[in-house]
Design a protein around this ligand. Structure first.
Ligand code: AMP
Length: 284
């Protein structure tokens, strides 16, 4: 496994691989890797000749400086894990490599209709930053397949939209959410949870399960309200709990009118913001 930090370095290495007829799978990450990330790596290793993982904490997608500053970083541990799981290249660039002054990396793509709900209003500018970094990484790496987690539902939906709208050749593969034994979705931010809060976090998964079991039996408005109440118990503070159409990201009323339905939530556990979701109907 090689660790490359420059755009020219990774492009040169991958050009050789492509010349040799190899297919490339790519997993964009912000590091602090865990088994959720590894499930994406495993899938890529299985489906491609070469697997590339980027480790880059993208400043343009953070709307709170404290969150960016406190984001866990540990390239050494990440590299160890990635090697173990069969990754071939780590692309770990600095900010100047991704956003050089001489290149306009903004993406001309209207995503307003997909950002009116959930993470959109709560993290202004976040998805514009995500689109910008993923587009830039895809332009650099030109992979055959891109692997993203269902954990960030709105994120992969917007990237899927981008790939189609910009007619990009990379195919998106979405991987299921990997959870801890008690149901908490794995996340790089979990290490920041207070010890006493950690066992209580299972309430998020339980609330999603309750919502799934009751879809069609109770109104979506009732289920959203109930979930918000349950997630407001100390030490939690819910930002949103929304039941939406999995393609349009719009709130739904009658489940019968939608093929793909997902419940998404963001909850503060003390100073840590956790997101999670569950598909209530259909498949991604
Ligand atoms: P991040 O490093 O948080 O930006 O995540 C990189 C990728 O890993 C994204 O596509 C995430 O959706 C995915 N991911 C993060 N956590 C999980 C998880 N628990 N299960 C599956 N995929 C995940």
């Amino acid at each position: 496994m090689k660790i490359l930090k420059s755009v020219s370095g990774i492009r040169k290495a991958l050009a050789e691989e492509i010349k040799a007829g190899k297919t490339i799978g790519f997993i964009p990450t912000m590091g602090a890797l865990h088994m959720g990330h590894m499930s994406l790596i495993q899938k890529s290793v299985k489906e491609n000749d070469i697997t590339v993982t980027s480790v880059f904490v993208n400043p343009t997608q953070f709307n709170q400086k404290e969150d960016l500053d406190k984001y866990p970083r540990n390239l050494k541990a990440d590299a160890k894990l990635l090697k173990q799981f069969g990754c071939d290249y780590i692309f770990a660039p600095g900010v100047a490599q991704i956003y050089p002054k001489k290149i306009d990396t903004t993406v001309k793509l209207d995503i307003d209709h997909l950002t009116q709900s959930m993470e959109g209003p709560n993290r202004p500018g976040h998805f514009v930053g995500v689109v910008q970094v993923v587009k830039r990484l895809l332009d650099i790496l030109e992979p055959n397949k891109l692997y993203m987690g269902q954990k960030d539902f709105q994120q992969f939906s917007i990237i899927d939209y981008m790939l189609k709208k910009l007619k990009m050749k990379t195919k998106l593969r979405v991987c299921p959410i990997i959870r801890e034994e008690d149901g908490l979705a794995m996340s790089s931010r979990n290490v920041r949870l207070a010890k006493k809060h950690r066992p209580l976090c299972t309430v998020i998964y339980k609330t999603l399960i309750f919502t799934k079991e009751n879809l069609g039996k109770k109104t979506t408005k009732y289920l959203e309200k109930k979930a918000m109440e349950r997630l407001a118990e100390r030490p939690f503070n819910p930002e949103y709990f929304e039941i939406v159409d999995g393609k349009t990201m719009e709130k739904i009323k009658n489940p019968d009118n939608h093929k793909l339905i997902v419940a998404c939530t963001a909850v503060w556990a003390g100073k840590v913001r956790l997101i999670d979701n569950m598909i209530l109907k259909g498949k991604v």
